[in-house]
Design a protein around this ligand. Structure first.
Ligand SMILES: Nc1ncnc2c1ncn2[C@@H]1O[C@H](COP(=O)(O)OP(=O)(O)OP(=O)(O)O)[C@@H](O)[C@H]1O
Ligand SMILES: [Mg+2]
Length: 456
């Protein structure tokens, strides 16, 4: 399942592109603009820049540079990318390093010459890896642009990065600096991406669930679409996977932790996105959960719940939970689910753990539990029990039948995966009935219910 997509694929971001266009117009009119683009790795910062620059119609002078992890210690590496051969003293072997002020002055000089011909777009990508002398020199330049025809675009993952010089932080925090924090792509863009990858269409609810799972990050979504079959991505009752490279990264981080920390992180993943610390500790048989949590936090595997509340441990991102959960040995995962079912007072949650514990299989116990869910006031239960209002719908892949139950609008708590564009629906597949389980969702938790007799 790995098909290459051209790097130039680009969907959405119309608003961001139009904002950047407007800032360029201002800069071209002699009102210099500084723009900060930030957002997490893979969110599409470089792609947005590439698309913006590719779409320029008028004549512009583009000066580009990008930071690199391996070149962070190379003094003036960024400046020499921006204006090669124009900065004296930088590359002279053995000579003392020129100071950022004189290099900044050379840069101002060069900008002056370029902007006489055309408006200048000065782009620095991956600022988080730029060398410090260059950043000082650029800060010097930015503080001195007054009526220049210069649009400066600084791109970084985290604008609060403590590596950036104070002076640059001050500029980035100014009201006059335009900010563009990129969020993930929406469902329509993910559908376009899926199509551009040449893959079979996924139902809208599956794309919505994928978006929730990756926060719409195009890098991760693309990797998932390429690495896993559509049937897995649109199976209602599974924890979606994480991209393989991401899984390996998390596995390495876990390997570096003490065994009790590994057990605690694994136990939280079985409970869900987060768990009360005492529950995770009991599941994981960890005597000192605070120590294990501290290590997991240092390794950026877990975060702590809000201070003052009952201590909770959780994952900062659904992909991290997925990587940990799916990295568990299947036997261990099943054992933890069984234990978690025994620890939970909420019948719906206990039921969910029973389904996560494959050895349970379809069982009458499940049906009994379903009854409890109903008693608890879950409005979905009558629909499930009687199968009333079910209609069969052939899936987009043409192979699977979906059973769709229309639900009253007032059940607005259904989460996006259950919304199929036509209002709240309960969607489940024939195979789930055969397996004796049906998937539906409430606001946070997918509730998986064994349904041996109910819908057959
Ligand atoms: N709008 C988009 N439509 C389609 N694909 C996109 C879009 N934006 C980004 N991508 C794809 O997502 C991947 C990551 O994008 P990109 O390299 O631009 O992210 P980034 O934010 O610059 O990441 P990093 O912080 O690691 O530099 C690329 O494969 C790119 O093709
Ligand atoms: Mg980038």
């Amino acid at each position: 399942m790995s098909r290459q997509v051209p790097e130039t694929l680009f969907f959405g971001r119309a608003q961001e592109l139009s904002q950047m266009g407007a800032w360029l117009v201002r800069a071209a009119g002699g009102e210099p603009q500084t723009v900060l683009i930030d957002g997490p790795a893979g969110i599409g910062k470089t792609s947005l820049l590439r698309c913006f620059l590719a779409g320029l119609t008028a004549d512009h002078c583009v000066l580009r540079a990008s930071g690199d992890e391996l070149e962070m210690q190379l003094p003036y590496g960024i400046v020499t990318q921006l204006i090669p051969h124009r900065v004296h003293g930088v590359a002279d072997a053995g000579a003392p390093q020129p100071d950022p002020i004189s290099i900044g002055a050379s840069l101002i000089d060069a900008l002056g010459k370029f902007q006489d011909r055309a408006p200048v777009i000065l782009v620095i990508d991956d600022v988080q890896w730029a060398d410090t002398p260059s950043l000082h020199a650029i800060t010097f330049v930015l503080r001195r642009l007054r009526v220049d025809r210069v649009l400066t675009v600084l791109v970084t993952r985290d604008a609060a990065d403590p590596r950036l010089p104070h002076g640059l932080h001050r500029i980035l925090e100014e009201d006059t600096t335009a900010k563009l924090t990129l969020a993930g792509l929406g469902v329509p863009e993910l559908a376009q991406l899926n199509q551009a990858l040449g893959l079979s269409p996924l139902p809208r609810w599956a794309l919505a669930r994928l978006r929730d799972h990756t926060y719409g990050n195009p890098l991760h979504t693309k990797a998932l679409l390429q690495q896993y079959p559509g049937a897995l991505l649109s199976a209602g009752d599974t924890v979606l996977p994480a991209p393989r490279r991401y899984e390996r990264l998390i596995a390495e981080r876990l390997d570096g932790c003490a065994p009790c920390t590994r057990r605690l992180v694994g136990a939280v993943s079985v409970v869900g996105m987060s768990a009360p610390l005492h529950v995770a500790a009991e599941l994981a048989a960890v005597a000192d959960p605070l120590e294990a949590l501290a290590e997991a936090m240092t390794q950026e595997l877990l975060i702590e719940g809000a201070a003052g509340a009952m201590p909770r441990a959780g994952f900062p991102h659904p992909l991290l939970r997925a990587a940990v959960y799916r990295g568990l040995d299947p036997g261990e995962r099943s054992r933890l689910h069984r234990l978690a079912a025994g620890l939970s007072d909420a019948p719906g949650i206990a039921l969910q753990h029973r389904v996560g514990e494959p050895r349970a299989g379809p069982c009458l116990e499940g049906a009994r539990q379903l009854h409890l869910v109903e008693i608890e006031g879950t409005e979905l239960a009558p629909e499930l029990r009687s199968g009333l209002g079910l209609r069969v719908q052939r899936d987009d892949d043409g192979l699977t039948d979906r059973y769709v139950a229309r639900l009253p609008e007032r059940q607005g708590y259904l989460s996006p995966p259950c919304l199929d564009g036509t209002g709240p629906q309960l969607v489940f597949h024939q195979q789930h009935i055969h397996l004796g389980c049906v998937t539906f969702c409430n606001e946070k938790w997918p509730i998986l219910a064994h349904m041996q007799d109910c819908a057959a």
